[in-house]
Ligand binder design. Sequence first.
Ligand code: CP
Length: 260
Amino acid sequence: MACANIFFENSTRTKFSFELALKRLGAHVLNFDSSSSSLSKGESLNDTLRTFEALGVEIAIIRHSDDNFIHSIKDKFKFRVINAGAGKYEHPSQSLLDLFTIQQEFGRLKDLTVSICGDIANSRVAKSNIAALSLLGAKVLLSGPQELLPDSKDLPKNCATTTLDQALPACDVAMFLRVQHERHQAFELPLTNYNETFGLNKKRVALLNPKSIIMHPGPVNRDVEIEAALVEHPSSRIFKQMENGVYTRMAILDWIMESE
Ligand code: CP
């Protein structure tokens, strides 16, 4: 089966774990690199996707910076589409691998408390995880800079905003998110003192329950959202998440390849 990784935004984890997952399932993989593609000669996005359709691609794994682009091409092409990251709106395969990592650790998701701290407003990982965790019966506590937190009225029932120092002793999972400067238009968040106020550091790690785990979808900005020495703390599952990304994406692909 011919499959294409079509990323219009940068990626390391998602792109290469999908590539590895496809290869392990015996698929042919076309890796599209937008910077060296014919987009630079003026070809449209639509014609680029039509080209992959004409080449016989059956599954297209797409990432795009526009929140709605992936939904907007639904049913327009013969290939099936996997969402590999839609703007600041959705990152479903990351959420599934996060859920798998948590389930592997605790044997359940229901009644766990997950703290998510950082640039929630611009994070597609946060949006997908808030939706999935709430649906599966986990409690979600959000913290971070006030300008980057969603409005409380937009949150589901089991999700609330709080301070990081209140969330950490109460949580089973402490998930940190990168500050997405590339998505900030109206203001620029200063990073001086960010770790002290909103990040994990040696002082704050002591607030965690010894059985809780530390997660981050990556890429990590060491010493910003997590102090460098804590990225590989015994409670950290950050690299486990990456490993689980391959298995999770194999499962997603297998399910799609088997379905009509
Ligand atoms: N977590 C994540 O989506 O990482 P990449 O941007 O490297 O794919």
